[in-house]
Design a protein around this ligand. Structure first.
Ligand SMILES: C[S@@+](CC[C@H](N)C(=O)[O-])C[C@H]1O[C@@H](n2cnc3c(N)ncnc32)[C@H](O)[C@@H]1O
Length: 248
């Protein structure tokens, strides 16, 4: 694998929802980081650092960031674990090109790939991360199974995702998300439609408990989660079981 962007790893074309998602992210690449900073009041970078720290990649270990987008988690991981090998994949070529152009990015192996069909062997990585991937896929369980496959026994998955707000804040926050995200999309990116999709997928995604239930079915253990940002974001970590007689 080399430092340049590899584009030969997509086997099958994405599903029709996948193609729609791919088109959306190819379209909003130029505004992605700026919009993210605005929509999260600058918190996104700190959550990505939190995700990177939670992977606990051992010295000289390896990590895969799936749906890396503009590479914020992968770059945070590189800063935290400079001696590790970091791979990052996404199926949007434009997002990957943007990621690969950032300072320090040449130390990361960027690759064009679909989260449903990762181009890596079984038990390749000490950790897998992803931010805002699950709400964009057809089958969350299949995507998590694929991550389980490429993780070494004892390896960790760390997930950053949106979740529907609950409790007292549910109605004001829901209203805020419904109005503000498409409005910002219109004002900053001149693209209300793409951000209307993001608003819908944010509010329509699963609760932490629902994601945890799927992680358990897939085989993950030691699952922990916390909510962020008025209950609209969650960070979940889980570990692949260690085979009997092995230790980590
Ligand atoms: C909202 S962005 C998140 C980027 C980054 N993880 C972050 O936290 O800023 C979602 C990314 O997921 C990618 N994506 C969605 N579905 C995917 C799939 N099936 N395979 C690979 N990438 C996917 C999109 O292309 C996009 O770059």
């Amino acid at each position: 694998m080399t430092e340049e962007l590899r584009t030969d790893a997509m086997h099958d074309p994405p599903s029709s929802k996948g193609q729609e998602v791919q088109r959306t992210f190819n379209k909003i690449t130029d505004y992605y980081d700026r919009m993210n900073r605005l929509m999260t009041l600058g918190r996104h970078a700190a959550w990505c650092r939190d995700v990177a720290v939670s992977t606990k990649v051992p010295s000289g270990g390896s990590m895969l960031d799936v749906a890396t987008g503009t590479g914020v988690i992968a770059l945070a991981a590189l800063e935290k674990y400079p001696n590790s090998t970091i791979h990052a994949v996404d199926f949007s070529e434009r997002m990957l090109t943007e990621a690969a152009s950032k300072p320090g990015a040449s130390a990361i192996m960027w690759q064009h790939a679909d989260a449903n069909d990762l181009p890596f062997g079984d038990e390749s990585f000490d950790a897998v991360t992803h931010g805002y991937l699950l709400r964009n896929v057809d089958d969350v369980e299949r995507v998590l199974e694929e991550q389980y496959r490429v993780l070494k026994p004892g390896g960790r998955v760390v997930i950053l995702e949106t979740c529907p707000p609950r409790g007292l804040l549910r109605y004001p926050v829901t209203l805020g998300v419904r109005v503000l995200i498409p409005l910002l999309g219109q004002m900053v990116a001149r693209d209300r439609e793409s951000y209307a999709y993001l608003q819908k997928s944010t509010l329509g995604f699963m609760t932490p408990q629902e994601v945890v239930a799927i992680l358990r079915r897939v085989g993950f253990a030691s699952i922990a989660w916390k909510k962020k940002f008025f209950g609209t974001h969650m960070i979940i970590s889980a570990q692949k079981a260690v085979a009997f007689g092995e230790s980590r």
